[in-house]
Design a protein around this ligand. Structure first.
Ligand code: NAD
Length: 509
């Protein structure tokens, strides 16, 4: 358990002070230094990558600007690629124990800065404090996990073969220079899931965090600087789509690991195609929660609420489609409505808050658009369906019942606190409904019969399934989906393999 280090950082005033005094704005972290991002000359050539370059960071609770910063241009990408290339030979060849030492140092330093990172996350993302603690805590666990994993690995392993007189050996080499691109919903953890295995494998990286939640991500630059990570191993580029495009199409980048929306994921895939880069994509979801006839209704409702209203539904694995057995639908929806309507909506810094605002006005408009579609489709609204009249980006937690599978809300990722539901009468129908999606990231099954639930888990298309459990993601478990939820796996040993290439050596026995 991570101890609280500094209670004042967990207030809006404290987090604002951290943002003002400790986050380096108008700068990119390149080659171990903060490089100032200059304001563009007013008469500069208007290239694709030149823009007004004043970028505001908002407090989603109030809609007010917390800070203004500048974003990188493609020149910074060139400088960062050069730095990562120069650092590569040394970093990829140092002993794994050294790389493990740096990973543990990142974890320890994050732990020291725990409250500041949590505070910045609440301030910039709007999530409640307890959820921000999970984001930062899981990130710390991830750096430690990969430090341990590589410490336990031998350089060579013997591959058993049927041939006599020959020996086959296997080793792993780092994939090269990586472009890591992350979204805003869990800034620390989505970064750690990429950065920790990339560093563990011996890769050097360009990291482009989401331009929406730069405050906690830029603090990471301070941490890397403080622990003395060799220059150029990690380069952090605050930037938007243009910088992401420049990174993912750069001829000297060997691997792209992207987490974000499908719309952008498709672009990233084609940008990376030109120089045949290795690619990992963690994309969207429309995951199912199946509640069987024998489920404990109260526990099921807690899992449903956790699965869709955590982080105001802005989770890739949000179980946003509820599939409930017909026989328990009536009491379940009564309990679910009551529990949902008693959720405390408000400021993430308020200890009582259970659901905060959406991250941005764009996200607010996206969710509002789905409320309008639900009205046009005449969906039955059990609760919610409204934008909350407040300064910040708040919507009410929303549940629609008897939603047809042809509805846009059944098929598309809303990325907000919006649950659609339907009923089933036998397990085969539940499985068919759960698999009725172009996405296949995660799922939850609630049942008193563990054997039946495990049987169902075999047939549901998803990369991660919880049975009677909340959405805990252990560092040991691979993370990623089937179908259009992405390509590849993060976390676990698969997450390390994503940054390695195997190499075989054959010799006489
Ligand atoms: P987004 O796709 O809008 O942006 C993601 C990142 O891509 C940002 O850093 C953005 O600046 C960058 N980007 C934008 N255009 C680019 C381009 N042309 N080339 C390269 N990079 C570009 O996503 P978002 O709104 O930040 O995040 C929400 C989405 O992320 C949801 O769809 C969610 O399901 C998904 N997500 C998936 C997972 C997972 O593990 N599968 C985890 C978290 C979020």
């Amino acid at each position: 358990m991570v101890e609280l280090m500094n209670a004042t950082s967990l207030t809006r005033e404290g987090a604002t002070q951290t943002a003002q005094n400790e986050v380096v704005l108008n700068a990119a972290y390149i080659n171990g230094d903060w490089i100032e991002i200059e304001a563009p000359a007013t008469d500069s050539d208007n290239t694709d990558f030149d823009h007004t370059n004043n970028h505001a960071l908002y407090d989603p609770n109030s809609g007010e600007v917390i800070a203004t910063t500048r974003l990188c241009t493609n020149n910074h990408v060139e400088t960062a690629v050069k730095a990562a290339s120069e650092a590569y030979d040394s970093w990829s060849q140092i002993d794994v124990s050294e790389r493990a030492r740096y990973l543990n140092a990142i974890a320890a330093s994050m732990e020291q800065q725990f409250d500041k990172l949590v505070g910045l996350s609440v301030l910039n993302n709007g999530k409640p404090i307890e959820e921000a603690k999970i984001d930062v805590g899981d990130a710390i666990a991830c750096y430690r996990y990969y430090a341990n994993l590589i410490s336990d690995q031998d350089t060579w392993s013997e591959v058993s073969t049927l041939e006599s007189g020959l020996r086959l050996l296997k080793t792993y080499a780092p994939v090269g220079i990586c472009a890591l691109i992350t979204p805003w919903n869990f800034p620390m953890v989505t970064t750690a899931w990429k950065l920790a295995p990339a560093l563990a494998a011996g890769c050097t990286v360009l990291l482009k965090p989401s331009e929406v939640t730069l405050l906690p991500e830029l603090m990471l630059g301070n941490i890397l600087s403080k622990i003395g990570l060799p220059k150029g191993v990690v380069n952090i580029l605050p930037g938007a789509a243009e910088v992401g495009a420049a990174m993912t199409s750069h001829p000297h980048i060997d691997k792209v690991s992207f987490t974000g929306s499908n719309v952008v994921g498709e672009k990233v895939m084609s940008q990376a195609a030109t120089s045949v880069k290795d690619i990992s994509l963690e994309l969207g979801g429309k995951s199912a929660i199946v509640v069987c006839a024998d489920a404990d209704i109260d526990h099921a409702c807690d899992l449903i609420i956790g699965g869709i209203f955590t982080n105001a539904g802005q989770i890739c694995s949000a179980t946003s489609r509820l599939i409930v057995h017909q026989s328990i639908a009536e009491p379940l929806f009564a309990t679910l409505k009551a529990k949902t309507e008693s959720l405390q909506i408000g400021d993430g810094f308020d200890a009582d808050t259970q659901m905060g605002p959406l991250v941005s006005v764009q996200q607010l408009n996206q969710v509002k658009n789905y409320f309008d579609i639900a009205t046009i489709e005449q969906l039955t609204c059990l609760t919610g369906g409204e934008v909350i009249d407040a300064a910040g980006y708040f919507v009410s937690p929303t549940i629609y019942t008897e939603v047809p599978t042809t509805s846009q809300l059944w098929m598309e990722e809303v990325f907000g606190p919006v649950l659609v539901s339907t009923t089933f009468t036998d397990n085969a129908e539940a499985i068919r409904l759960a698999n009725d999606s172009k996405f296949a990231l995660a799922a939850t099954i609630v049942s008193a019969d563990e054997a039946a639930a495990l049987e169902m888990a075999l047939q549901i298309q998803a990369g991660h399934i919880w049975i009677n459990e909340q959405q805990i993601v252990l560092p040991e478990a691979g993370w990623g989906g089937f179908k259009q939820s992405g390509i590849g796996r993060e976390l676990g040993s698969d997450g390390l393999s994503a940054y390695q290439k195997s190499k075989h050596v054959l010799l006489t026995d």
